[in-house]
Structure formats: C-alpha cells, structure tokens
Design a binder for this molecule. Structure first.
Ligand SMILES: *Cc1c(COP(=O)(O)O)cnc(C)c1O
Length: 377
C-alpha cells in the first residue's frame, strides 16, 4: 500500500467549492494585498487562539522576525531558543542583528527544557522563544516564571501548534505574542505562503501592523522603517474557510496518534511520542525514535511508505551557524534526537488501513534489526 507523508489533495477535496467561492470573491473585489479579507481572518484567528489581536503577515518567518523587531531587539542582543527546530526560528533572531543562544530540549517532549533555561540567561539576553515542536506546547509555566523574574518577553514559536493547548489555554496566547505559519503543510495551511502574530498587546499589534507595511501609519506616511510583509487577500479568504475545519482535523490527527501509539506499543527499540500532562498535542508531525532510523526510513520507502526526518541536523550544527562555535556535544538531547527521529505519515485523512500498513511496516523492520543485533546461541 502506498502511503504519503501528507496528502493535501485529500484535505482540500471536501472544501473545494468553498475555497473557489472565497477566491472568486477576492478577485471580484480586487482586494489582493492585505485588506478586508485578511482583516476578517485576523478576527477569526485571534478568537480561535483566545487572544485579542492577530496580525496577518507573509509567512511564519516574518511573524517571528517582526515580533522581535517590534520588541526592539537588535545588534548586541541575545535571544534564547531551542536547537531542535526549523531553521527559521534562529534565522529570525539573526535577521534582527541579534545572536541565537540555544538551550537543549527535554527528552520526553522535545521542547525547550526549563531546567536548563536560567543558566543560559546573560545580561545581553532580551527574549526567549520556546518552540511548540510537532504540535505540543513547551512547558510554559516554568519558562514564563523564569522570564518574569528576569524581565524578559517570551515569544512563542507556535508555527506547528495551531489549536494546541497548554493547561487548557491555546498555544500562542501564553507569551507576549505567538507566531504562526500557514505554510501549506501546517495544521492550518494556506494555498501558498502566509503567517500571523497573535497577541493581547495593543501596542505590539500597532507596531507589527506598521512594520509589515513599510512602517506606514497611513498611506505614504512612514513612521518607522518597515518591510513588505503583508498577507495576501486570497490567503486571508482561503484561511478563513479552512479555519472552520481546523478543530475536526486536529481531532482526527489525535485519533490517528492514539492508533499509532497502540499499534506501536511495547517495542523496546521504539520510543513513541508522549503527550505531557499539561498538553493537548495536535500532532503536526507524528515522530518516533529508533536507533536504526536511517535503515528503517529506507526500508519504509521500499514498502511505498513515505516517512520523513524533522530534523536531521540541529540548528547549532548547521553550516550557516558554524561561526557561533557550537560543536557536537553542545546539546546532547537535541543531537541524539536528530539521529533517531523518524516522522511517520500524519494527516487528518489518513485511513485505518494506512495506519495499519505503516505500523506493521515499522514493526517488521524493527524485528529484522532485532534479529541482526541479538547475539546467537
Ligand atoms: C514552519 C515553521 C516556521 C516558518 O514558517 P514559514 O511560514 O515557513 O516561514 C518557523 N518555525 C517553525 C517551528 C516552523 O515549523
């Protein structure tokens, strides 16, 4: 059986007519760059996150970058984040002129380890960006408490956590602001590129609204030096339709994760994802760990099952960040995870048969490895 890693076609099929109608409406009103369709989506998305404001931007990287700029972070500053994330989290820090400083992840949740956080804070630290990796929130209470004691803002990288919860509150609504990506493959994805910042701060909202639009307070009156980071009208209209399907889609992902967990339980060589007691995990990706990852990834491809690796190289060991001077051994948990992580197919339309095929494939391959490594006689 062929199983893709994700299947956007299947996801869009039931909403096809609604999406086309939404796009037609934008074409009919010519509101392509920012404008009323983006504003309506912003209202709906803020409400969905339990926040007062949402600011639509070009993508998730913009959301992180403009949040940092709006908080006044720049040259000479340090911003703490996790090394096990997509490159964009660190890039946004670098593109403000600041320096990313990494703190290793917790080995069960794969998010920034609060126990290691405080010793990474220096007098140059200006913000902390926990990443809600794979759809599970970082342990926000201790992170917020440490941040409060040091007077530091916390920006949530919620780019993989649309609809995720921490102690009943929505990811993205816990820090000074939360950053979302609507890259097509995300739990809430545009038909192109888009992103948003959500916040309860009116001041931050006004600043990011100006920054995304060349620093304009009104047309051709530039209060700040900004950038063009507006959201497309078409993406705003499309996202507003797709937002109505998010909760059901996340429920389906959670049910699929439960099936995987059951079918893959009790293998000593396989670590399945753990949902923390505080969390409602939305399984943007379903990632297991195994020591023979590279072989299993290949063998699964041979069975027609597409798996992935999120992420094979932690950010502190990326060539682009060699100048920071980190080496192998700097963040042992992130490094071990990078060698062992294997993402299995995960999307809302996954069928029971597909889950079964993936699980039995993984189990069969693990058995092979076990035979190969077990001493004979
Ligand atoms: C996707 C993602 C981003 C970047 O979002 P884009 O919309 O691709 O710019 C940032 N951080 C994390 C953790 C992501 O998964």
């Amino acid at each position: 059986m062929q199983v893709p890693l994700l299947d956007l076609k299947a996801h869009h099929e039931p909403m096809r007519e609604e999406l086309l109608a939404a796009i037609r409406e934008v074409i009919d009103s010519s509101a392509f760059a920012g404008g009323p369709f983006v504003a309506k989506f912003e209202q709906d998305f803020a409400a969905c996150c339990g926040a007062s404001y949402a600011i639509g931007v070009g993508n998730g990287t913009d959301a992180l970058w403009l949040s940092l700029l709006a908080l006044g972070i720049g040259a000479g500053d340090e911003v703490i984040t996790a090394p096990m994330t997509f490159m964009a989290t660190a890039e946004a820090i670098s593109f403000c002129g600041a320096k990313p400083v990494f703190v290793d992840i917790d080995e069960r949740t794969y998010t920034l380890d609060p126990i290691l956080l405080e010793r990474a804070i220096t007098r140059r630290t200006k913000a902390i960006i926990p990443v809600h990796l794979f759809g599970q929130a970082a342990d926000m209470d201790p992170i917020l408490e440490i941040a409060r004691r040091h007077g530091l803002p916390v920006i949530e990288d919620a780019c993989q956590a649309h609809g995720a919860e921490y102690k009943g509150r929505r990811a993205g609504s816990l820090g000074i602001c939360g950053c979302f990506s609507f890259y097509p493959g995300k739990n809430l994805g545009a038909l192109g590129e888009a992103g948003a910042v959500v916040t309860n701060s009116e001041e931050l909202t006004n600043k990011i609204r100006m920054l995304r639009d060349h620093g304009q307070a009104k047309k051709y009156h530039h209060v700040l030096i900004g950038w063009n980071a507006r959201m497309d009208g078409i993406q705003g209209a499309v996202l507003r339709v797709k937002l109505r399907y998010l909760s059901k889609a996340n429920d389906a992902r959670r049910a699929h994760a439960r099936s995987y967990n059951q079918q893959l339980a009790d293998f000593e060589d396989l670590i399945t994802p753990v949902e923390a007691g505080y969390a409602r995990h939305v399984y943007h990706v379903y990632t297991v760990r195994c020591r023979t990852r590279d072989r299993i990834l290949q063998a699964m491809a041979g069975r027609g099952i597409a798996c992935g690796i999120h992420y094979p190289v932690p950010v502190h060991l990326q060539e682009a960040y060699r100048f920071l001077g980190y080496t192998k051994g700097s963040f042992p948990v992130a490094e071990q995870c990078a060698e062992e992580f294997l993402s299995l197919p995960m999307f809302p339309e996954l069928s029971a048969d597909q889950i079964q095929a993936v699980s039995s494939g993984v189990k069969a391959e693990l058995e092979k490895d076990k035979m190969a490594y077990e001493p004979v006689g």
